[in-house]
Design a protein around this ligand. Sequence first.
Ligand code: CS2
Length: 492
Amino acid sequence: MTTVSRLDAGQLDGLPGSARQPCYDHNATTIGVVHLGLGAFHRAHQAVFFDDLLAAGESGWAIAGVSMRSAGVRDQLAPQDGLYTLVSLDGDQVEDRIIGAISEALFLGEERERVDELLASADTKLVTLTVTEKAYCLASLDGGLDFDHPGIVHDVAHPDTPGTVPGLLCRALARRRHEGLAPPTIMSCDNLPNNSTRLRRAILDFADRAEPGLGDWLRAEGAFPNTMVDRIVPRTTEADREALATRLGVDDHGMVKAEPFTQWVIEDRFCNGRPPLDRVGATLVDDVEPYELMKLRFVLGSHSSIAYLACLAGIKYVHDAMDTAIGDLVAQMMEHEAQPVTALPPGFDIAAYRATLLARFSNAGIMHLAAQIAMDGSQKVPIRLLGTIRACIEAGQPFDRLALAVAAWIRYASGTGLNGESFDVDDPMAAELAAIGREAGDDDKALLDGFLAVPAIFPAELSQHPAFRDSVGRWLLALTEEGALACAARAA
Ligand code: CS2
């Protein structure tokens, strides 16, 4: 392999013409956004919109990215001036783009003082987050802050060194209030419905407990716009980095890869400046909910269905699964089970949206691992599959294809596949669910009863619903007897 040096600002001019580069003066920008959760999705999605904004002359919207839990991404980006390559893949088409929007990459555990300074800065007008819902420390999906959460217990007792998102933001907000500064707009970009509303609940609960008056000040002065974010961003591999090094002649430790499709729908509600993201392709709306439901029920429900059936069928990549009956199944599932119960945005072309989505899943260029999507099923299945099934039941609509996907997840999460193979289930509840699987052994009825008895996943209205139990139970048995592809073909 040619000798390559690390990507940094000094090399931008020398990169091969194939690499699209920042077309603005990095030094002339000001940090206006603090982002918590410096993962691949942020770097392939929001940061790209802000890079376009900076290129459009809006120089006050550079980003300081903060990793909350580890120094890994900071150590990747800081030595290369926050620069990284976004590799966009569509079949055999590859586009390399150097993103410069992240001016600083920080790790809270080692750079708290700088993080505090940025959160309290008058230049900081927006805080965005991709930290996953677990980091909100909510007692339940629709509940308030969990004051028994170990991190919250710590932050209440040690307000000067908070480690949780609610604790960290409340400390910064209290400082801004004391210094007479307006709060920044706080915008979640996590994959869940009413994302910023849920985050607002966690922050207000902490504020009410931590400092008299802070919560009411936030209720009066703050803004927490909900958002829907969409871009498939598979995990980057060493082979991806080596291919990039061959193309550009640089070793980019912070590269990310993604599909070309990207969508950002934002509730048009800001309290401290308004980033003109609609100038660079984002959609500013009054009501995000229809877009959230579409994302949840069409994109994520299909993704999880593909993931579990593919894993049971021994298929590694999403695009390969789309070439089998699994692709037919999700096409029919979207049209005949998700669509009849989902209120769409006015005038929305749902047939075109479904066709685009099937093409996105079939994109062989991104090499999306089914196992990556299969992670955290105990958190994902309730909102991606069970929510749609509940809507179908309420509307008297069929949900047999969705029930097959639920049965596939149960079999997968049991830890033992259809041929007795073991799955390395990456899930906060993996141990509990594997224990149910072991207890059930080869008895599919016992496996069904064991899983449906977990209230954190299956609410009583489902676990005690005869048609739901019957449909999932029949598919569990059929998966054992016929296999995943035969079931997908029969259900499609
Ligand atoms: C995927 C999502 O890993 C997963 O759970 O379903 O990351 C999905 O690729 C994105 O939300 C698409 O916008």
